[in-house]
Design a protein around this ligand. Structure first.
Ligand code: 5RP
Length: 219
């Protein structure tokens, strides 16, 4: 099976967690895009979606799924999203698609986080994938210097502006042995909007696409 077929399998498997009559949190990326295709088959049974990016909003709307502003919603039953890495503690690196801040906000509101990922995303220790950090543009050089002090090698993601008008630094060569502490430390830097570590609030369920089928991991 190709990687995209594995992503499709988990995207469709996530449909079993969607309850009729609810508002669904929707992530961003190629795996989440498969989930949106699946969700469209239930569009008359759900109330609608809250989206984590302009790209997902466009796709949701093009398939006729109502998209709500998060400020008008007080309950999201499940949030379904991909990941760049996930460890055995259900902690993740996210933000490969630069949507980390809105993803973290929607995930914070949701009662349950369902991570959908192909098996290549499973790791023992987070950090092989460069850690994305969304930064206010004027703080770029300062935050980069502080990230070097934390042991990483930040790289400016060229020509990327987030949906919130900010820039992304991708931090290479971090071995993230204490993800909760690293998340707190980076989030505390002035000028950082969000770090793409989802450790304090990890996934509740992981659906992992393998050539033998979809593996379900519960927290
Ligand atoms: C976007 C994300 C994505 O969930 C992550 O990059 C995985 O993407 P894909 O499903 O395309 O492999 O965090 O900001």
């Amino acid at each position: 099976m190709t990687q995209d077929e594995l992503k499709k399998a988990v995207g469709w498997a996530a449909l079993q967690y969607v309850q009729p009559g609810t508002i669904v949190g929707v992530g961003t990326g190629s795996t989440a895009a498969h989930f949106i295709d699946a969700l469209a088959t239930m569009k008359h049974q759900i109330e609608g979606a809250v989206s984590s990016s302009e790209a997902s909003t466009l796709k949701l709307k093009s398939l006729g799924i109502p998209v709500f502003d998060l400020n008008d919603v007080d309950d999201i039953a499940v949030y379904v999203d991909g990941a760049d890495e996930i460890n055995p503690h259900m902690q993740m690196i996210k933000g490969g698609g630069a949507a980390l801040t809105r993803e973290k906000i929607v995930a914070a509101v949701a009662r349950k986080f369902i991570c959908i990922a192909d098996a290549s995303k499973e790791v023992d220790i987070l950090g092989r994938f460069p850690l994305p950090v969304e930064v206010i543009p004027m703080a770029r050089a300062y935050v980069a210097r502080e990230l070097v002090k934390l042991g990483g090698q930040p790289e400016y993601r060229q020509q990327v502006v987030t949906d919130n008008g900010n820039i992304i630094l991708d931090v290479h060569n971090l071995q993230i042995l204490d993800p909760v502490a690293m998340e707190k430390n980076i989030n505390a830097l002035a000028g950082v909007v969000t770090v793409g570590l989802f450790a304090t609030r990890g996934a509740d369920v992981a659906l992992i696409g393998t050539p033998d089928g979809v593996k379900t991991i519960l927290k």
